[in-house]
Design a protein around this ligand. Structure first.
Ligand SMILES: NC(=O)CC[C@H](N)C(=O)O
Length: 367
C-alpha cells in the first residue's frame, strides 16, 4: 500500500489488451498510436526520422538507445515521426533530442515483456501519458481515442512534400519519385548513381508525371495502409507498361495493389536490420533492413514474386519483365542496416535503359 504511494510512476502505457504498464517518463506529453517494435541494434536516428513510423509508437528491443550520440547527418527526414519512443534506457542526448522535437519518451520498463506481448497478440493500439501528475486513466483516455492504422485514411498528406523538388544527378536517367513519406537515403542512392530525381507529392496526377518525361516512375516507402493511397495507385495504373516502375516497401504494396494484387495486415510486421531474404532465381540469401506492417498477399496475374522472406515466405520482391517493373518490400537503401541489397538501385537504372550513370558511393571522398 505504501509502496505505490512512495514509488509513484510518472508514465503509463495503456495497451489495447487491457494492461497498463508503468514506466519512467523522459519526455512529457500525452499521445497514442500503434505499438510496434524494432529489433535493430543500431540506427535509432534513422528509425526515429523514418516517415514510415508516422502514427506509431516505436519500441526498441535493443536495451540501450543513444550510445553513439545524435547527428543530423544521419536523419532520414526533417523530423521525428513516431508519436512516442519506448526503450529500456535512453541516453540523455536522445532524450534532449526527443524533447526538442516534442515527442514523448519513456524508459525503465521491461521492453522484453512488451515485445513478447506484441509478438503474441500483434501490433496493438496504445495510449501514453507522461508527466508529473499523470494517472493510468489519462493513458486509457488516450487509448480510447486511438485509431487503427487503416483508419488514418489520408496519412500520406502528413508526410509528403507539398511541392515538386529536384535533386540533380550527373547521369542521363530521370526518376519521378512519388513521395509517400520517402526516406532521404532513397533519393541519395539514386543521385549517387547519376540519376536526376524529381520528388513529387503523393497525390500527384498523371499530367504532373508526364511533364517530367521520366525514365522511371518510383513509388516510395511510407506510413499506413497501402489501400488508402488512391491517387498513387491511379498513377501506377496509368503508367504501367508505358514507363518502367519501381517501388520500395509501401511502394511495392501500392504497385501490387494497382496491378491486380492484394495486400493484408501482418500480425506484428517486420522491423529490424537482419531479415533474411532469398532471391528465387539465384538462391542467394541477403540480410535486409525492414519496417513494415502490411504485406502483399497475392501479387495478381501481372507480377511475379522474385524474392521471399526466409522466415515466413512473404513476398519481398516483385517483377514483371513485360511491364518493366521491379519492387522490394525491404529497404535496399539501408540506413540503418546492411548494404547487401544496394544493387537494387543499379537494377532500377538498368531497367530504365538509359546510359551514362556512374555509381559514385558517398563513402568515397570526391577529389
Ligand atoms: N516502410 C514502409 O514503407 C512501410 C509500408 C507500410 N506502411 C507498412 O507498414 O507495411
Amino acid at each position: 500500500m505504501f509502496r505505490s504511494f512512495l514509488v509513484m510512476s510518472d508514465a503509463y502505457l495503456a495497451l489495447e489488451d487491457g494492461r497498463v504498464v508503468e514506466a519512467r517518463g523522459r519526455v512529457p506529453g500525452r499521445t497514442r498510436g500503434e505499438l510496434v517494435f524494432t529489433t535493430a541494434y543500431t540506427g535509432y536516428e534513422e528509425s526515429l526520422t523514418d516517415p514510415s513510423y508516422e502514427e506509431q509508437v516505436l519500441t526498441f528491443s535493443y536495451p540501450l538507445i543513444g550510445n553513439y550520440g545524435v547527428r543530423a547527418e544521419r536523419f532520414e527526414s526533417d523530423r521525428v515521426h513516431p508519436r512516442a519512443a519506448v526503450a529500456r534506457e535512453f541516453t540523455e542526448e536522445v532524450v534532449e533530442w526527443l524533447a526538442d522535437e516534442g515527442v514523448p519518451a519513456v524508459d525503465h520498463l521491461d521492453t522484453r515483456d512488451l515485445v513478447t506481448s506484441i509478438r503474441e497478440e500483434g501490433a496493438m493500439k496504445v495510449g501514453i501519458a507522461v508527466g508529473e501528475d499523470v494517472t493510468p486513466e489519462d493513458a486509457k483516455e488516450e487509448l480510447a481515442q486511438c485509431k487503427g492504422m487503416s483508419e488514418h485514411v489520408d496519412i500520406g498528406a502528413q508526410v509528403t512534400t507539398t511541392e515538386l523538388t529536384t535533386f540533380e544527378g550527373d547521369g542521363d536517367t530521370t526518376v519521378a519519385l512519388v513521395d509517400c513519406g520517402a526516406k532521404g537515403s532513397i533519393v541519395d542512392s539514386l543521385v549517387d548513381r547519376g540519376a536526376t530525381v524529381h520528388v513529387l507529392p503523393y497525390d500527384a496526377d498523371a499530367e504532373d508525371v508526364t511533364a517530367l518525361e521520366p525514365d522511371v516512375l518510383f513509388i516510395s516507402n511510407g506510413p499506413g495502409d497501402p489501400e488508402n493511397y488512391t491517387a498513387t495507385r491511379e498513377l501506377v495504373e496509368e503508367f504501367a507498361g508505358e514507363v518502367p516502375l519501381a517501388g520500395i516497401c509501401l511502394g511495392q504494396q501500392i504497385v501490387a495493389s494497382a496491378l491486380g494484387g492484394t495486400t493484408e495486415k501482418m500480425a506484428f510486421g517486420h522491423r529490424g536490420v537482419n531479415q533474411p531474404v532469398r532471391d528465387l532465381q539465384s538462391g542467394k540469401v541477403v540480410m535486409t533492413t525492414q519496417n513494415h506492417g502490411y504485406t502483399v498477399a497475392d501479387p495478381g496475374d501481372q507480377l511475379d514474386v522474385t524474392q521471399v522472406n526466409v522466415n515466413d515466405d512473404t513476398a519481398e520482391g516483385l517483377a514483371s519483365e513485360e511491364l518493366s517493373v521491379i519492387t522490394r518490400q525491404y529497404h535496399p537503401e539501408a540506413h540503418p542496416g546492411p548494404h547487401d541489397s544496394l544493387g537494387f538501385f543499379d537494377d532500377v537504372l538498368a531497367m530504365a535503359g538509359t546510359e551514362g550513370n556512374e555509381h559514385k558511393p558517398r563513402a568515397v571522398a570526391s577529389d
